[in-house]
Design a protein around this ligand. Structure first.
Ligand code: NAG
Ligand code: NAG
Ligand code: NAG
Length: 673
């Protein structure tokens, strides 16, 4: 066989790949649905005794039947990508945490049905119907768990329809997710973002290590590979905001295989775009969190009253597999490819292929668009564009209610440089339209709710957000962006080894996620050993002098006392007509009480927020949990001409994780009469 032949066969192969890509895109857009693709083998289903196997010539996926657990994934010469040392029911599965039983429920099917079986697609449904005889034993939900394999597609999709129906008892679900556990001696390289990629410790390293102040954080003292000695491992280091959690996974170098979790849409996740969640961690474990209380608190659980009617489709999400011999030297190549594939899946959303009637197809969905402007009357006379704002539809509610909403679908997008936005693929229903604009405090809500019908295209025109404001700014601390990211983040304790992330080609990456380190909260004691933080307006600099979290002063992890921070400022004139305003935005609160006093630290507080927050963002190394805004009226008789002091007290004592993160503080003069 001559060279020419080889080249032409290579070209032939490239054409096949191009066709497959076209097929996937075209298929997803609904233009060539049903087209046969002779070049890629058809999808096959084999039904065996207690299992079914889906094959498409690229990947084989074995599911237990009727349970619907993924027991085996074969790809690129590796018989099973999943951890063969685990039992069949501990490899690839859906689960929910069900508070009443304090257990996991694996949503195992009671029966299964082949929904689609042709050369282009196989789809299987594993279902379970709840009835009263199961009361207390099985989570009160009707379950329809789906697995889909498409022709020419390197991977498979999974989604689930969960239903709480009349006759079912009350229910509280703090967590719903998909889990895959990969072979621990094969997959060593993890990638979560362009920079956050690394060789990971082994699961056994956590067992031989030393548990720190909470079980998730383990100091690696005797790792198999000594390069990890002295590092802390904690799955929350790899958490991210949901709007970023669209692709992550692991690479095996022999044979080269990438295993990727791709989430094409956030519509089914709870808590809106800023909700943070786990991604992947030592195990190697790959998650897709659909519902969780992480970085938010119990109120984010799915909660149903007895008999309440609810149904929701979670997914489809895509498990994508890839390989490239060059990845032996540079595993990041597979990340690059997975990222491209993620973008294609996002573009193809909403998918046309899911056969469940509960999944809304593209032509059953609607669109809403408009332009968001901001009128902050003491900074600009005319409205300015709301740039880079998150605009979204979520269940009707009060301003900002979407961050605590878990039952419905949410549809979010980002505005462009003119404040324009278009949200496509919206499931029919009645929603409120919300927005959060960087640089401005508070939450926007459009005065009228929006009703979406199939095919509708709603143009809302100009929307003007008037953020909370009572008078001109006298001073401000920080940037209104719902996070504490711009404030002072300390280095971890010098005894801990910090992993330095490098980019895929081995170059040292700039890593701006300084928060994802263990024990930063403890540095407050080191930096402020005897007296609390004092910030002097006009002298202090928030990037250096405002600690990222108002934590407690601790003798040990259980014996802590609340702290009082001071803001010292000068008033040149005292205006006595009307109140001053302290605009105080928090990026996080955990079992804490904020008290505000002016000029007398022993006075009764002018303001108290009461006991608020359960987001635990300090312990989870986040820059934020839930957002809180307090507009506090300050009568002028509490102020003096000249030097004034604000006392910000966290009034609850206890274990070390109580406290706040501030987003932004602004002091406003009374408006001119
Ligand atoms: C899938 O299984 C078939 C046997 O049924 C086997 O011939 C094929 O090589 C397997 N494919 C992969 C990707 O492992
Ligand atoms: C505050 O500190 C940062 C970091 O050192 C510096 O870049 C910035 O210029 C300072 N700002 C002011 C107003 O001095
Ligand atoms: C001024 O602030 C006080 C204390 O927050 C509040 O009780 C009062 O209603 C405010 N007055 C006006 C006119 O807003």
């Amino acid at each position: 066989m001559g060279c020419g032949r080889q080249w032409s066969s290579k070209i032939w192969w490239l054409t096949v790949v191009a066709n497959i890509m076209f097929f996937l895109n075209g298929n997803a857009k609904g233009t060539v649905m049903g087209t046969n693709l002779p070049s890629a083998p058809g999808v096959k289903l084999s039904v065996e005794d207690h299992q079914v196997v889906l094959q498409n010539g690229i990947v084989n996926v074995t599911l237990s039947a009727p349970d619907g657990l993924v027991t085996k994934i074969s790809y690129n010469g590796l018989d099973n990508l999943l951890e063969v040392g685990n039992e069949d029911d501990d490899r690839g599965y859906w689960d929910v945490v069900w508070t009443k039983s304090k257990t996991l429920d694996y949503l195992k099917g009671a029966s299964y049905k082949v929904e689609v079986e042709n050369e282009n697609q196989v789809e299987i449904s594993f279902t379970k119907k709840w009835d009263a005889s199961l009361n207390g034993k099985v989570v009160p939900l009707n379950v329809d768990k789906r697995f889909v394999m498409l022709r020419g597609s390197a991977g498979f999709y999974t989604y689930a329809v969960l239903e709480h129906a009349p006759g079912m008892p009350d229910l509280d679900i703090p967590e719903a997710r998909v889990v895959f556990k990969l072979q621990h001696d094969k997959f060593h390289y993890m990638a979560v973002s362009d920079v956050k990629q690394r060789l990971m410790p082994q699961p056994v390293d956590r067992q031989t290590g030393q548990v720190l102040d909470f079980p998730e954080a383990v100091l690696l003292t005797k790792p198999v590979d000594p390069i990890f000695k002295g590092e802390v491992d904690d799955k929350y280091f790899y958490a991210g905001d949901n709007f970023d959690n669209r692709v992550y996974g692991w690479v095996c170098s022999d044979p080269t295989i990438g295993f990727w979790m791709i989430t094409p849409s956030n519509e089914f996740r709870n808590g809106g775009p800023f909700k943070q969640d786990l991604t992947t961690h030592v195990g190697p474990t790959v998650l897709n969190m659909f519902v969780s209380t992480h970085y938010a608190g119990d109120e984010l659980a799915l909660q149903f009253a007895s008999g309440e009617t609810w149904k929701k489709v979670f997914g489809p999400v895509f498990v994508y597999l890839n390989s490239d011999v060059k990845a032996k030297e540079n595993p990041s190549l597979l990340w690059q490819d997975a990222k491209q594939r993620m973008l294609k899946e996002v573009e193809a959303w909403p998918y046309t292929f899911p056969s469940s009637k509960d999944f809304f197809k593209p032509n059953q969905r609607g669109t809403v668009g408009g332009q968001l402007q901001v009128l902050d009357k003491f900074t600009n006379k005319a409205p300015v564009p709301g740039i880079n704002a998150y605009v979204g539809l979520a269940a009707p509610g009060a301003e900002g209610s979407w961050q605590r909403e878990s039952k419905g679908y949410q549809f979010w997008t980002k505005t462009d440089a003119k404040g324009n936005f278009v949200i496509k693929g919206i499931i029919p229903g009645k929603y409120s339209l919300y927005a959060s604009v960087p640089g401005f405090i508070g939450d926007f809500k459009h005065s009228q709710d929006v009703t979406i019908t199939p095919g509708s295209n709603v143009n809302l025109g100009n929307l003007v957000y008037k953020p909370p404001r009572n008078g001109p700014t006298l001073w401000e601390i920080g940037v209104p962006d719902r996070t504490t990211g711009e404030f002072f983040v300390p280095e971890p304790e010098p005894t801990l080894k910090v992993h330095v992330f490098t980019t895929g080609d081995g170059e040292s990456g700039t890593y701006d996620d300084k928060f994802r380190q263990y024990g930063l909260w403890k540095r407050y004691n080191d930096l402020y050993p005897t007296s609390d933080l004092v910030y002097t307006v006009g002298v202090s600099n928030h990037t250096k002098d405002w600690f990222y979290a108002q934590v407690q002063r601790c003798k040990d992890k259980q014996t802590c006392i609340g702290t009082t921070w001071q803001i010292v400022f000068n008033l040149q004139n005292l205006i006595t007509s009307g109140n001053y305003t302290l605009q105080l935005a928090l990026a996080s609160a955990s079992f804490a009480e904020l008290q505000v006093r002016f000029n007398d630290r022993n006075a009764a507080p002018l303001f108290t927020g009461g006991l608020i927050g359960r987001d635990n963002a300090v312990a989870r190394h986040g820059t934020h949990g839930l957002y809180w805004l307090f507009s506090i009226g300050v009568p002028s008789n509490l102020l003096v001409k000249g030097k004034n002091t604000i006392f910000l007290t966290q009034a609850r004592n206890s274990d070390q994780f109580r406290g706040f993160m501030y987003d932004y503080i602004r002091f406003e003069a009374p408006a001119a009469p």
